[in-house]
Design a binder for this molecule. Structure first.
Ligand code: FDA
Length: 402
């Protein structure tokens, strides 16, 4: 990291937030000859990156496409994603000799550590002469004239021609998340969509939670479906707080208070076919024995305890009971009572209205020189490297324009 010049008072660009988007934008600008200062409230740069992907950072996805991003303006992300793609970031990763692998569904992870990605960004920042000031508390931001901003922190007062807001979302306050970006947007008259936790476990009402407690720790391959029909095929994990696992985190982005979600617990088969066949071939066997061949035994036992399944032999099972079991196993409706919130959420839905921004440059249409990049805006990706790709792509769009 370039030595911080405490006497310097003016930069071409000030970036607020030394996270994924901020550091990426900083190094591209620095390497294009701009003087850049990045301000961050933390004692370390890239703290979320370090925590990401279970410490291995799922830095992009082979199958990035605009349909994997949620926004009130679904077209907004297209231009930036097309101009800096997953292949561009992979090239950068290769340039730094970072070993990586595809885990599942196109998700690319570092072989060793997420620290490799932070080091990549910091090395590139260094090459661009970027200055990074940590432990900064921003107290005031003012536009002095067109393309001229004054930022005051606990330690310094600086001016710049361009101000880039890369403060991320509200998830994981312990990692430095604050609403500063939304406040800056509002200060400049931009609309901010209400925010909510995304990619987050869902919680259950106490009676259901107590019943499902016996399943805690069980992961079931499933298709989770939201009310609007969006569905994800991945594992659902039962926990002592409710539902988690990749299928649930994905569907949480589409879940709204009061909605039920539907779980298909046997995505690869038809339970009615299995039961009709077993009824003919093994009439003396217990229903629970037959079901336990296809589903976790603890789940079957719990469903019997909950009186969702009858306890009887296959011979006793009627066709209408088979239909009911089919609905239960392929469309189990569960009504969460909430989410675990920002404390454990990976992302924040909502944020700065993209209609206020240029999709080519990320510049605020009504304020020359002011930019928003990354998660602070109303663009949220699926689980699987999509959110980092948005950070890289939106940062690139702004850097190219400045
Ligand atoms: P980011 O949050 O990275 O950076 C914002 C920066 O602004 C932070 O450094 C923060 O300290 C700073 N800041 C905030 N308020 C400030 C203030 N008031 N003053 C000064 N600085 C301030 N995504 C993905 O694609 N693959 C993955 O594997 C994961 N894994 C993952 C795990 C966990 C635990 C979390 C919480 C999140 C993920 N994500 C993820 C999501 C991903 O981390 C996220 O979308 C990006 O980091 C967003 O990049 P930004 O630069 O926009 O914000």
């Amino acid at each position: 990291m370039s030595l911080l010049n405490n006497d310097k008072k003016h930069y071409d660009v000030i970036i607020i937030g030394a996270g994924a988007a901020g550091l990426f934008c900083a190094f591209e600008l620095g390497q294009s000859g701009k003087s850049v200062l990045v301000l961050d409230n933390g004692k370390k740069a890239g703290r979320k990156i370090l925590m990401s992907g279970g410490g291995r950072c799922n830095f992009t996805n082979l199958y990035i496409e605009p349909g994997a991003f949620i926004s009130h303006n679904p077209h907004f992300c297209k231009s930036a994603l097309a101009r800096y793609t997953q292949w561009d970031f992979i090239e950068l990763v290769l340039k730094h000799n970072i070993a990586y692998h595809e885990k599942t569904l196109g998700q690319l992870f570092c072989d060793d550590s997420a620290e490799d990605i932070v080091n990549l960004l910091l090395t590139e920042c260094d090459a661009g002469g970027v200055e990074i000031a940590l432990r900064q508390t921003i107290t005031s931001i003012e536009q002095l004239s067109d393309n001229y901003f004054n930022v005051i922190s606990n330690e310094r007062s600086i001016t710049a021609h361009h101000l880039v807001v890369a403060t991320g979302g509200l998830s994981m306050p312990g990692l430095g998340a604050t609403p500063l970006g939304y406040k800056i947007a509002e200060q400049f008259g931009l609309y901010v969509y209400p925010t909510r936790a995304g990619l987050v476990p869902l919680t259950l009402h106490k009676p259901l939670l107590e019943q499902l407690a016996k399943l805690s720790g069980i992961a079931v391959p499933s298709i989770a479906q939201a009310k609007d029909g969006t569905s994800f095929r991945e594992n659902t994990l039962f926990t002592h707080r409710g539902l988690s696992g990749p299928a649930i985190l994905q569907i949480s982005n589409y879940w709204h208070e009061g909605d039920a979600i539907s779980l298909n617990l046997l995505p690869d088969g038809s339970i009615s076919n299995i039961l009709v066949d077993a009824k003919a071939k093994h009439p003396q066997q217990q229903l629970k024995t037959i079901l336990s061949h296809s589903l976790p035994k603890r789940l079957v036992e719990l469903m019997i305890d909950m009186k969702l399944l009858p306890e009887m032999t296959m011979a006793q099972l009627s066709l209408s009971q088979i239909e009911n079991i089919d609905r239960l196993i392929h469309q189990w409706e569960i009504k969460p009572n909430g989410t675990e919130g920002y404390r454990t959420a990976e992302v924040t839905l909502g944020g700065v209205d993209t209609n206020c921004l240029s999709s080519k440059t990320m510049e605020v249409k009504s304020v020359k020189g002011l930019y928003f990049i990354g998660e602070v805006m109303d663009v949220t990706g699926w689980l699987g490297g999509y959110n980092f790709q948005w950070a890289w792509s939106s940062a690139h769009a702004a850097a190219e324009a400045i």
